[in-house]
Design a binder for this molecule. Structure first.
Ligand SMILES: O=P(O)(O)OC[C@@H](O)[C@@H](O)c1c[nH]c2ccccc12
Length: 261
C-alpha cells in the first residue's frame, strides 16, 4: 500500500473524512516550510499539497497568485523546495503532494525531477496543465518512482471520462467544485452535490473536492457527498496572518465521525 492508500483506508475504517490543506512553498520564506508541514500534520491534515510558485499560473486565483509572487520575490525555486521537503520527510509521515505546472518540471528536466522528488519522499504530483492525452511524457517515470499523478476533473468533465481518469491512479481524484479559478467563495453550483455523488459512483479511488472551500459549514456539507476536501486560499491567508488556532479549528471538523458515508 502506498501512503495515500494507508491514509484513506484508515479514515474509512473510522468513518472519517480527509482534509488536505494547500500551502504555497516559500511564502514567508522557504525556511518555514518544514515548520508549516509539521504544524499541519499536528492539526490533523490527511495529506498536504505543496504549491510551487510559478510566474504564469493558469488556475490560481488572486490569493494563491499573490502568495506565489511573494514566494518568487524571495527567491524560492523548485530545487530549493524539493530539498526542504526532503528535510521535512524525517519528521512528517503523511503524504506530501507537489503541485506544479509543466514548465518548471521541463526546465528541471523530467528524469531529474522525478528522481529528486522520489528521494525527497514526495508521494504525488498535481500538474494542472497536463491533460490526460499528454500525460505519458511523465507517467512512466512517475510510476517507476512510485509517485502518484493526482488527476483533476471538473464540473464539465463527462462522467465516462471521469471513470477513465479515476481508473488510472492509486492516489485520489481531485474534483474541482467550481467553474473557474481558486479562491474563497460563498456559493456553490446548485448541481454540485449531485455531481459529487455521480463522481463517487464511478470513481475507483477516493474523491476529494477542492476550490472555494473555506469554512466549517461548507466542509460539513460537501463531505456528505465525497471523501474529503482540499482547502487552499483560506489556509494561505491564515498562515500569512499567523492565525494558527483558527486553522486548527477549521481542520477539526473532520476529526469527528461523519454520519453519512
Ligand atoms: O484556494 P482554494 O479555492 O481553496 O482551492 C484549492 C487550491 O488552491 C489548490 O489545490 C490549488 C492551487 N493552485 C491550483 C491549481 C490547480 C489545481 C489546484 C490548485
Amino acid at each position: 500500500m502506498n501512503r495515500f492508500e494507508k491514509s484513506f483506508s484508515a479514515l474509512k475504517q473510522n468513518n472519517k473524512k480527509a482534509f488536505i490543506p494547500y500551502i504555497m512553498a516559500g511564502d514567508g520564506g522557504l525556511e518555514n516550510l518544514v515548520e508549516r508541514l509539521t504544524a499541519l500534520e499536528k492539526f490533523g491534515a490527511t495529506a498536504i499539497e505543496v504549491g510551487v510558485p510559478f510566474s504564469d499560473p493558469v488556475a490560481d486565483g488572486p490569493t494563491i497568485q499573490a502568495a506565489g509572487l511573494r514566494a518568487l520575490e524571495n527567491g524560492t525555486t523548485l530545487r530549493g523546495i524539493v530539498k526542504e521537503i526532503e528535510k521535512a520527510r524525517r519528521v512528517v509521515s503523511i503524504p506530501i503532494i507537489l503541485m506544479t505546472y509543466l514548465n518548471p518540471i521541463y526546465s528541471y528536466g523530467i528524469p531529474e525531477f522525478v528522481r529528486d522528488i522520489q528521494i525527497a519522499g514526495v508521494d504525488g504530483c498535481i500538474i494542472p496543465d497536463l491533460p490526460m492525452e499528454e500525460e505519458e511524457i511523465i507517467t512512466p517515470a512517475l510510476e517507476s518512482a512510485e509517485v502518484e499523478l493526482i488527476r483533476l476533473v471538473t464540473l464539465t468533465t463527462p462522467l465516462e471520462r471521469i471513470k477513465t481518469i479515476s481508473s488510472k491512479g492509486r492516489g485520489f481524484l481531485y474534483t474541482v467544485t467550481v467553474k473557474g479559478i481558486t479562491g474563497v467563495r460563498n456559493e456553490y453550483d446548485s448541481e454540485l452535490s449531485q455531481f459529487l455523488t455521480s463522481v463517487k459512483e464511478v470513481s475507483a479511488i477516493p474523491v476529494m473536492a477542492g476550490f472555494g472551500i473555506s469554512n466549517k459549514e461548507q466542509i460539513e456539507d460537501i463531505t456528505k457527498y465525497c471523501d474529503g476536501v482540499i482547502v487552499g486560499s483560506k489556509i494561505v491567508d491564515l498562515f500569512e496572518q499567523g492565525r494558527l488556532s483558527e486553522m486548527e479549528d477549521l481542520m477539526s471538523v473532520v476529526k469527528q465521525e461523519s454520519k453519512v458515508l
